[in-house]
Write a protein that binds this ligand. Structure first.
Ligand SMILES: [Mn+2]
Length: 237
């Protein structure tokens, strides 16, 4: 019997390194939650051929990372905006189109959620602490502190709710940016109590969901298992 476990592509970071060469890297939490949900993670570095990957893999996970260059959504760079590697960003941009064309599942996490929005022509808040309406802590103040947790409310008409069957739960939060204006074809599927957008989706695709929180840093939470199991199930379909 052939294996029925789906192949889940996960993009990785790239740093230029030194004269001996650059480095690709990924927090292993992403790999572990995909394995726990029954998927087989396949790490995707920049420069690998996207058409072959999109033909072969069953789904795409865009993990967390630094910030998107605001030139991609027509804004001037905020002093707190720290740029993602251009090689990674360009690879992911091409992968999104290739997976979307094939209607294969896509899950974006944190930076990955923001990328889905910008790729569809949306914009971002570049630094949440600047907004007077933001009352929750979405990012820890220093590396010595634990990651903050806050509640998210899911729209019960959304695919996210259909997938998770959970309307409210606590998440691990580690972001200073968030969705501002929505990109084409996207809707908001979850918010924090201060109004910050915590999840987006395309209601017209089988599974294109971005979450602003970090399931991979909360592997045993029921919400993490519900989300990753639904994603892996969609990749099998
Ligand atoms: Mn948050």
């Amino acid at each position: 019997m052939p294996s029925t476990r789906p192949l889940i592509g996960i993009t990785v970071d790239w740093n230029p390194g030194d004269e001996l060469g650059g480095k690709v890297s990924l927090n292993d939490g992403y790999v572990r939650v995909v394995v726990a949900a029954g998927g087989v993670p396949v790490l995707i570095p920049p420069w690998a051929d996207v058409e072959t990957l999109a033909d072969t893999l069953d789904g795409l996970l865009i993990p967390g990372g630094a910030d998107i260059d605001p030139k991609h959504y027509g804004a001037v760079r905020h002093p707190k905006t720290e740029l993602i590697s251009e090689a990674r960003f360009e690879q992911e941009w091409r992968l999104l189109s290739a997976f979307e064309q094939r209607r294969k599942p896509i899950l974006g996490i944190c930076y990955g959620c923001q990328l889905l929005n910008v790729w569809r022509g949306g914009t971002l808040h570049q630094h949440l602490p600047d907004l007077p309406t933001v009352t929750l802590t979405h990012q820890r103040a220093s590396q010595q502190e634990p990651y903050p947790r806050h509640l998210v409310q899911v729209d019960t008409r959304s695919k996210l709710f259909e997938s998770m069957r959970l309307a409210q739960f606590e998440v691990v939060s580690a972001h200073h940016q968030a969705v501002r204006d929505l990109g084409r074809g996207l809707v908001i599927s979850a918010r924090a109590s201060d109004g910050v957008v915590e999840a987006i989706e395309d209601p017209n695709l089988p599974f294109l969901i971005g979450v602003q929180w970090h399931p991979e840093r909360d592997p045993d939470a029921p919400a993490t298992r519900a989300l990753l199991t639904a994603f892996v199930r969609a990749c099998k379909a």
